[in-house]
Design a protein around this ligand. Structure first.
Ligand SMILES: N[C@@H](CCC(=O)N[C@@H](CS)C(=O)NCC(=O)O)C(=O)O
Length: 226
């Protein structure tokens, strides 16, 4: 089954990492994969455009089925391989509702993070303002405090929707890992720190850890004063 699948991906891209964690969780190891370089603009190559006209990674194909949006691919894999590997959608209405709720909030979380760490990448030099970056940083702090509060309420050792690992962990963990890669302090955000420490040991997460993070253990310190 996995032999019919192809994933084009980039190292350290949270959307790509989501799909890779989902594939691991569903025991779909052995899928075809190609690591592409953003620096070399390989995400704009014809090979990608043929699958994903936006020229973005992940680009994912299962047989003739193309499903590129990372959230869509995660839902697709869970639904097509329901009884294979780990179940990723809880049955309990409360846990399921919280999972969906937090998954979509996770998109905002990811956006607020990118608006800080990739500010210089997104905004051309002549259009950058310290005040705009500071506003983005403040918006990220607000977001961080929300997620700290969510985890605080769930209690120690919990996943993002409750006791079991679910699709919200698949989709939001890569954002959390990126926060720490960019220097977030686990002392200032202890609940996020605890969640990061718990999930980074999960086999699906370890198996899909961004290779360039392994090659270069030191990340950036962009978020150290947040
Ligand atoms: N909505 C997409 C977003 C994917 C995305 O933004 N990928 C980035 C890498 S993290 C990318 O390919 N950026 C290059 C570009 O947009 O040109 C998803 O979640 O799958």
């Amino acid at each position: 089954m996995a032999q019919d699948m192809t994933l084009l991906w980039g190292s350290g891209s949270p959307p790509c990492w989501r799909v890779m964690i989902a594939l691991e969780e569903k025991n779909l190891q052995g899928y075809n994969q190609k690591l592409l370089s953003f620096e070399k603009m390989e995400h704009k190559s014809q090979e990608v455009i043929d699958i994903n006209p936006r020229g973005q990674l992940p680009s994912f194909k299962h047989g003739d089925v193309i499903v590129n949006e990372s959230y869509a691919a995660c839902f697709y894999l869970e639904s097509q391989f329901k009884s294979q590997g780990n179940k990723l959608i809880p049955d309990s209405p409360a846990e399921q509702a919280l999972m969906y709720q937090r998954m979509f909030e996770g998109l905002t979380f990811y956006e607020k993070l990118n608006a800080v760490i990739y500010y210089n990448w997104f905004v051309p030099e002549g259009e950058r303002h310290d005040s705009a970056l500071n506003r983005n940083r403040e918006a990220l702090v607000t977001e961080l405090n929300l997620w700290e509060g969510y985890l605080q309420k769930l209690g120690s050792g919990s996943h993002l929707a409750g006791p079991s690992f679910s699709l919200v962990d698949v989709t939001v963990f890569p954002t959390v890992a990126t926060l720490f890669r960019f220097g977030l302090s686990a002392e200032k955000y202890p609940k996020l720190g605890e969640y990061y420490a718990l999930l980074k040991e999960r086999p699906s997460v370890k198996a899909s850890w961004p290779p360039h993070w392994l090659e270069n253990l030191k990340g950036q310190d962009t978020l150290k004063d947040m």
